[in-house]
Design a protein around this ligand. Structure first.
Ligand SMILES: CCCCC/C=C\C/C=C\C/C=C\C/C=C\CCCC(=O)SCCNC(=O)CCNC(=O)[C@H](O)C(C)(C)COP(=O)(O)OP(=O)(O)OC[C@H]1O[C@@H](n2cnc3c(N)ncnc32)[C@H](O)[C@@H]1OP(=O)(O)O
Length: 263
């Protein structure tokens, strides 16, 4: 079958990102047909389902998932990670496991680095481009974050630890870094809900500074969908939710995959 360049790229993106993000309502779980496990396999986890596929027909090697805990995470970050992660899979009455209401979204520093083959993909594969928030190698130095999505409630949360390279005012996080994280969280949430989108509008109120090195909670919720337009709002709070640091609204417009990759 002959595919257009945009179709090939879309296919590659879907494969490496897991089908769920680009088609949020698709319940397909990428899993080999012979797989029989009691533990549910999250399409977004760097779990054995992905590894199993790579041993069969998977054209990609395993990328590093930046949303997994590392030694730079402070206790707040770890506790919140554990809290939401524990709601990704829950116990059943017969002692097994089933999916819970939340999904952890894995996070890579680029989409197509790990693809092999595909003449139309090679330009992107060989590019030096990296996802901005995952481009600093030193763990804990800049953006440490993990996102979880709740499909039923149409909500997304992100636990974010702001590293020392994100300084704006002395000892505080740069407003541009906060905007980046808000765009990332609501942009990812919009993509999960609506497929490929671009940020058309972002409004931010900075209410109280975020101390450098601290962990905060970002939430994203769907306000409304109108044709190609997805409206979301976001809040950045202290981890216990008592202090409001930032609030924002965003408009995301659905685009074709060709628009997104300039095909
Ligand atoms: C989110 C990324 C998706 C990636 C998908 C791929 C893989 C997914 C994997 C992982 C996701 C990972 C990370 C996500 C991380 C970060 C997210 C970052 C997102 C960005 O950082 S992205 C860069 C900044 N972003 C731009 O660089 C956009 C430049 N821009 C344009 O590319 C066009 O401008 C576009 C496409 C926005 C619209 O253009 P267009 O021609 O397609 O559509 P058109 O203009 O007709 O607008 C249609 C309707 O939206 C209304 N509308 C438009 N703009 C408006 C505005 N500003 N205010 C109010 N309403 C507006 C119109 O009024 C009309 O409304 P109506 O239909 O009611 O008349």
């Amino acid at each position: 079958m002959i595919r257009s360049r945009a179709q090939q790229i879309a296919r590659g993106l879907c494969q490496i990102m897991g089908r769920e993000l680009l088609k949020g309502n698709n319940k397909t779980i990428i899993r080999p047909p012979t797989q029989t496990r009691q533990t549910p396999q999250h399409p977004w986890s760097s779990s054995s389902s992905v590894r199993t596929i790579s041993m069969l027909h998977w054209p990609f090697t395993q990328p590093r998932d930046f949303s997994l805990p590392n030694t730079s995470w402070d206790s707040d970050m770890r506790q919140l990670y554990e809290h939401y992660n524990s709601m990704c899979e829950v116990d059943t009455e017969d002692g097994g496991k089933k999916w819970g209401p939340w999904r952890r979204l894995p996070s890579y520093n680029r989409s197509l680095k790990y693809a092999t083959g595909g003449v139309y993909l090679s330009k992107i594969i060989h590019s030096k481009a990296r996802l901005f928030t995952r481009s600093i190698k030193e763990q804990g130095a800049a953006f440490e974050y993990v996102m979880f999505v709740n499909k039923e409630e149409q909500k997304c949360v992100c636990v974010f630890q702001a590293g020392h390279l994100l300084e704006g005012p002395p000892g505080m996080v740069h407003g541009g870094a906060i905007a980046t994280m808000i765009d990332t969280v609501i942009g990812t949430h919009a993509t999960y809900l609506s497929g490929p989108v671009m940020t058309a509008n972002l409004n931010i109120n900075y209410c109280s500074p975020i101390p450098l090195g601290s962990t905060v909670l970002l939430t994203s919720s769907l306000d409304k969908e109108e044709g190609r337009k997805t409206f979301l709002s976001s809040q950045v709070t202290s981890t216990d939710g008592t202090k409001l640091h930032t609030e924002a609204t965003g408009l995301f417009v659905s685009v074709t995959m060709g628009h997104l990759v300039g095909a």
